[in-house]
Design a protein around this ligand. Structure first.
Ligand code: CP3
Length: 322
């Protein structure tokens, strides 16, 4: 994830002329950026260049990205009435530009390399919609969840429908796999995840699953939630570096796992980076269905050569095992 981005000089050059949102809204540009890591790094999949927060535009929440802050939501959701007056999102009409990016990239790659479509999970989207921007505490989100449980369920229910349909539309446009990002769900207890989130995530994945392409269900800090996330759905569970892959497999059972190199290892000396990559492969233990990935996004300060080195190490490691 965040496979393309600020660590690439070519991306920074495009960003001098266009904002992140402008790139997303211009399918030719977004497709260009999507393809960069495939050509430059030799990765086995492209992830469509978009953002999980794009559905906030048609929802009328007012989305912008500010330098040094991150996403800013101009009209956050604060009351039950805010939930009930949200317009419905029609992925084909409202997010057609992302679908067009998927179409262009999947055609360009001729399915030689699959394109991963993606969306934010109901909880992670709700947290941005309620907080109005990035947070560490998720206090406003949880306050809303505990104090307005009915409105919370209506909000997550609507998000689940929108996101499920959006993912299915990306599959129809040519995506070969779909990833649901529940990046911040690790801030919840098992009890709260089960009661307030799981049914909605399950619904989103159910709708997306009608498209019959593999579903990847990702979160960070989720070591205590993995069995529940697996119950919610996903052919593949994405995990971060805080849990060794063998233990993650014990929790999710016989399905694929995507992960889990610590992105910070990209700044380590080569010998340490090699050790970290080897550890991930060793903990995967040759199980079928390991998709090597970082545990979270590429840090903007990363030297692209380090990523190329990781791709080479992984490919050598996989070949050595065959
Ligand atoms: O190749 C790719 O992976 C790019 C596509 C992509 C982006 N965002 C573009 C982007 C993907 C898969 C995302 C997902 C995304 N966006 C997530 C889930 C994955 C995760 O990291 O947990 C989340 C939580 C967001 C919301 C978001 N978008 C934040 C918090 C930020 C600010 C982060 C920062 O470091 O400034 C963004 C901005 C954003 N989205 C960038 C990119 C490449 C930063 C670069 C820029 O401003 O040009």
């Amino acid at each position: 994830m965040r496979q393309a981005g600020r660590y690439m000089p070519e991306y920074r050059a495009i960003r001098k002329k266009a904002s992140l949102l402008e790139i997303c809204h211009t399918p030719e540009l977004a497709a260009n950026v999507t393809l960069m890591p495939v050509d430059q790094l030799g990765v086995d999949a492209a992830i469509v260049f978009a953002d999980i927060l794009l559905p906030f535009e048609p929802m009328g929440l007012g989305l912008s990205f500010e330098e040094g802050v991150g996403p800013v939501i101009a009209r956050p959701i604060r009351t039950a009435k805010d939930v009930d007056t949200l317009p419905e999102v029609d992925p084909d009409a409202d997010l057609g530009f992302v679908l067009e990016t998927v179409r262009i990239t999947s055609t360009a790659l001729e399915r030689r390399v699959p394109v991963i479509g993606f969306a934010g999970a109901p909880f992670t989207l709700a947290s941005y919609a309620i907080e109005g921007g990035p947070t560490r505490s998720f206090h406003a989100t949880k306050r809303f969840m505990y104090n307005n449980p009915d409105a919370w369920n209506r909000l997550l229910g609507r998000l689940a429908e929108a996101v499920g349909r959006y993912l299915a539309a990306q599959a129809r446009a040519g995506a070969g796999a779909l990833q649901l990002f529940d990046s911040w769900v690790g801030c919840l207890s098992r009890e709260d995840y089960t009661r307030f989130v799981m049914p909605h995530t399950k619904r989103a994945l159910e709708i997306a699953g009608e498209s019959a392409v593999p579903l990847i269900h990702f979160g960070t800090g989720t070591s205590m939630l993995l069995d529940l996330m697996a119950d919610a759905g996903g052919d593949v569970i994405g995990v971060d570096w805080r849990i060794p892959l063998d233990r993650a497999w014990d929790a999710v059972g016989p399905r694929g796992i995507q992960g889990n190199l610590d992105p910070a290892a990209l700044s380590a000396p080569t010998s340490e980076l090699k050790h970290q990559v080897r550890m991930v492969i060793q903990q995967a233990g040759g199980r079928p269905g390991h998709i090597f990935n970082l545990g979270h996004g590429v840090p903007p300060t990363t030297d692209p050569d380090r990523l190329r080195a990781v791709v080479d190490m992984v490919k050598e490691g996989s070949v050595a095992r065959v």
